[in-house]
Design a protein around this ligand. Structure first.
Ligand code: NAD
Length: 505
């Protein structure tokens, strides 16, 4: 909802040139607690001039930041990780209030971002070039990994701590300056993280934040000074950002939507597998890009449906800050309406409603929240809307396969390639799955295989555009330009004469 700025709710500032400032826009959007509908604050839809001011501030700061010694950059991130740890409870509470997930899961959201900050502190070991000695007589060749300049990040609502932290720490640690555009639905915890980054010593102008939606994102895609954009969000918007920003000559990486399948073989450990599936399907109310949204039950595992349903019924739906809650609210009333509609469509198209979460049992005081409880649809097949679309809610679709080969064929035929998992006690089956599955991130008895930052996030196929992933080693290449130097130093006056060939002598 975009409204005139008339209410008394606090406003979320922009961060430009090291200063927190109020936007001059006339358009503001409410940030609403999804458990209570309370308006927490108002976020501006920044003007194009404000986007330009943020970019100019980043461009100015780049002149000195790019030459800042490695140790100095590292120490800022050492300090930053300490500050995030000290503020963990405050950050998690803020995140739960605006996003809805449980407090424990909100701490997990912050923690998975904190791991990237720790990684950024080791930048001296990551941003290393190569050297080949004597590639020709008296000639050495070496590479420099140099920062690009002003980079930008555009983030989704579902991980308002982790995903911004996937982006700006690594971009800044490699010597770039940054303009961040957080999700307009829950930018408050992101802002707090940026304030802490400034407190840790990130100099003015090195990190800037603008708020907004389509118009601001388009201004970022088009801005001639921005060299690279990292985007995380839906496939629809990510495809648009990739095309528009690539056309404007930028380096772009887009991590996008998903439909993650978990294959359950009959030899899997039943109780642990059911626990893992339910946690991965219903945690964060299914609003994770790596959520398990389809379980493919193979052979005799097809008989596990009643056990799955019984266990899912034990999950408690309620406010994220209430003790014992397993499944919090969806981000918005619109999201609840969409998920509810899709469940109805699934039933119309022939799926069997094994567990209906559309009217969940709630503790008193929860009537206002955007709640959908754990929902299980059985007999789901490709071609049904609930299979073909990303639901992004607490809905687990159950599909069936005769054999592991059939399950692999189903997953490889799905356009998405974000994550997948296999549950089995057979090493041979797991290895076959790992070899033959065409999905970028694979879990073996691990339901949400999001890699730690020693590696990179490596979604694939329709879940990703661009070749390098966020964080880890790949992102060092994304945020740097390799410069290759071929050098000779003359140590005598002997001249070989003019060489008109391509070869080095
Ligand atoms: P979204 O695409 O609606 O929004 C992402 C960003 O794009 C936000 O900052 C938003 O302001 C901006 N935006 C929205 N509409 C726009 C438009 N028309 N033009 C330009 N910019 C626009 O995504 P979301 O709903 O915030 O997040 C959920 C989606 O993100 C899901 O599809 C989920 O799978 C995906 N996601 C993917 C990953 C991954 O790593 N692959 C991680 C998290 C979330």
């Amino acid at each position: 909802m975009t409204t005139a700025h008339t209410a008394t709710a606090p406003f979320v500032p922009l961060l430009i040139g090291g200063r927190l400032i109020e936007s001059q826009t006339t358009h503001w959007t409410d940030i609403v607690n999804p458990a209570t509908q309370q308006v927490l604050a108002r976020v501006p839809m920044a003007t194009v001039a404000e986007v330009d001011a943020a970019v100019q501030s980043a461009a100015e700061a780049f002149k000195t930041w790019r030459k800042t010694p490695i140790g100095q950059r590292s120490r800022i991130f050492l300090k930053y990780q300490q500050l995030i740890r000290e503020h963990m409870k405050e950050l998690a509470a803020m995140l739960t209030a605006e996003q809805g997930k449980t407090l424990a899961d909100a701490e997990g959201d912050v923690f998975r971002g904190l791991e990237v900050v720790e990684h950024a502190a080791g930048i001296g070991n990551l941003q290393l070039g190569e050297l080949a000695n004597n590639v020709a007589g008296g000639v050495d060749t070496y590479t420099l990994l140099q920062p690009l300049g002003v980079c930008a990040g555009i983030t989704p609502f579902n991980f308002p701590a982790m995903i911004p932290l996937w982006m700006f720490p690594m971009a800044i640690a490699t010597g770039n300056t940054f303009v961040l555009k957080p999700s307009e639905q829950d930018p408050m915890v992101t802002m707090r993280l940026c304030e802490l980054a400034m407190e840790a010593g990130v100099p003015p102008g090195v990190l800037n934040v603008v708020h907004g939606a389509e118009e601001v994102v388009n201004a970022i895609c088009d801005h001639p000074t921005i060299k690279a954009i990292s985007f995380v969000g839906s496939t629809r918007v990510g495809t648009h950002v990739y095309q528009r920003a690539s056309l404007a000559g930028k380096r772009v990486q887009c991590m996008m939507g998903a439909k993650n399948h978990a294959v359950v073989l009959p030899d899997a450990h039943q109780e642990q597998t059911i626990n893992a599936l339910l946690g991965a399907a219903f945690g964060a109310a299914g609003q994770r890009c790596m959520a398990v949204s389809v379980a493919v039950l193979v052979g005799a595992a097809r008989q596990w449906v009643p056990a799955l349903v019984e266990k899912a019924k034990t999950l408690k739906v309620g406010a994220g800050d209430a003790a014992g809650t397993d499944v919090g609210p969806l981000i918005s009333c619109a999201a609840k309406e969409r998920v509810t509609r899709l469940i109805g469509r699934g039933i119309e198209e022939g799926a069997r409603l094994a567990l209906d979460g559309r009217q969940p049992t709630l503790a008193s005081g929860c009537a206002e929240g955007n709640y959908v409880g754990p929902t299980i649809l059985a007999g789901v097949k490709p071609g049904m809307s609930v299979y073909d679309e990303e639901i992004f809610g607490p809905v687990l679709c159950l599909a069936e396969a005769e054999t592991l080969d059939d399950a692999i064929a189903m997953i490889n035929a799905n356009p998405n390639g974000n994550g997948t998992a296999v549950f089995t006690q057979s090493g041979a089956a797991a290895r076959k799955f790992q070899e033959e599955i065409d999905v970028g991130q694979v879990g073996i008895n691990v339901p949400i295989p999001v890699p730690v930052p020693l590696f990179s996030f490596s979604g694939s196929r329709a879940s990703k555009l661009g070749d390098l992933g966020p964080y880890g080693k790949q992102v060092v290449l994304f945020y740097t330009q390799t410069k290759t130097v071929t050098a000779r130093w003359f140590d005598d006056d002997t001249s070989g004469g003019v060489n008109t060939t391509i070869s080095l002598k």
